[in-house]
Design a protein around this ligand. Sequence first.
Ligand code: SF4
Ligand code: SF4
Length: 78
Amino acid sequence: MAFVICEPCIGVKDKACVEVCPVDCIHEGDDQFYIDPDTCVDCMACQPVCPVQAIFHEEEVPDQWKDYVEKNRAFFQK
Ligand code: SF4
Ligand code: SF4
């Protein structure tokens, strides 16, 4: 399980989540930030600091953004 960054991050990318993550598992991509699901420890620190509510637990991602679960994972498999 892990937290996932969804569409609202695109165009915002303010790094608020990066600054609070205790395990440095949030990395910058071209369009948005991504959470490494194998490193995330589910601490929830990032979720409340995101100004656009882009971060969700993997099991609570809204239906329209379900593909972001795989998009976050795929970013770390390049
Ligand atoms: S839940 Fe915690 S460990 Fe996972 S990305 Fe957010 S701040 Fe980092
Ligand atoms: S806090 Fe939200 S908008 Fe800012 S970089 Fe993280 S996910 Fe993107």
